[in-house]
Design a protein around this ligand. Structure first.
Ligand code: NAD
Length: 251
């Protein structure tokens, strides 16, 4: 059993209330980190914290809910965290939304909504945290991409476009911030059992599972394990990587 990989570290995880984000929060807490999870609403963030505390999954967990695409609000929130915890060692940009509308029905509003959360919010969080990490002597940023960032997808164009942008942001920041000992990486999950895909009809899920060489979709914990590796000192020389965790899916 691996223990204490993140002992003494302070981690912020956006979209930490369910799915992949919640699995990351659990992993980080189990490995000794103090975690501040962000949710879209105060009620869901607080409810998640209460659940984690009642499960005994670590006592060092706090919930917050800034509007992630509002830079001033994000910066103020990060400053509050630094005031309370002294630093931020790890930032996980995981909050994301998708939509699978056909291009002929795709609205400007839908495109803006996806870009706002999947890309602009990531910029805001990185921009607010990186100067603090530089002052501290280093840090680690991990962004949630997707396997569609490698292949595109035949519907819902905003989502793959946003994830291509996530990879661009990740690789560029890795090159710019590496000199300040800030490692920036991304994880590109394949289809994972979360609310994001729960509305897909069963036969589509079954067809997708059958097309994956491992013969099944991923559990959130299997994705979170890779975040844990990247956040830990085991990944001290990993920078600018987009790590596929998709069971060798070919879209
Ligand atoms: P999910 O829908 O279960 O979780 C999404 C998270 O984002 C939630 O915690 C939610 O509170 C948060 N969120 C949504 N809208 C928000 C908003 N406006 N402001 C702040 N937070 C908001 O989905 P998930 O599958 O756990 O997705 C997590 C990440 O993984 C996303 O970036 C998604 O694109 C990516 N991903 C998921 C899959 C998959 O198959 N599930 C595959 C590849 C990548």
């Amino acid at each position: 059993m691996i223990r204490d990989l993140l002992s003494g570290r302070v981690a912020v995880v956006t979209g930490g209330t369910r799915g992949i984000g919640l699995a990351i929060v659990r992993k980080f807490l189990e490995q000794g980190a103090k975690v501040i999870l962000f949710g879209s609403r105060p009620e869901t963030a607080n409810q998640t914290v209460e659940t984690l505390l009642s499960e005994g999954t670590g006592s060092e967990v706090t919930g917050m809910s800034p509007k992630l695409s509002d830079y001033a609000e994000v910066e103020a929130t990060m400053q509050k965290i630094i005031h309370k915890f002294g630093k931020i060692d790890i930032l996980v940009n995981n909050a994301g939304v998708s939509a699978r509308d056909s291009f002929y029905d795709y609205t400007e509003n839908e495109f803006d909504k996806i870009m706002d959360l999947n890309v602009k919010a990531m910029f805001c969080c990185c921009r607010a945290v990186a100067p603090e990490m530089k002052k501290q002597g280093g840090g680690c940023i991990i962004n949630t991409s997707s396997m569609v960032s490698l292949y595109g997808q035949p519907a819902g164009v905003g989502y793959p476009a946003s994830k291509f942008a996530v990879n661009g942001l990740t690789k560029s920041l890795a090159r710019e911030l590496g000199k300040d000992q800030i490692r920036v990486n991304a994880v590109a999950p394949g289809v994972t059992k979360t609310d994001m895909v729960s509305s897909l009809p069963e036969e589509i899920m079954a067809r997708m599972a059958a097309s994956i060489p491992l013969g099944r979709v991923a559990e959130p914990e299997e994705i979170a394990n890779v975040f844990l590796f990247l956040a830990s000192d085991l990944a001290s020389y990993v920078n600018g990587a987009v790590v596929s965790v998709d069971g060798a899916t070919i879209c």
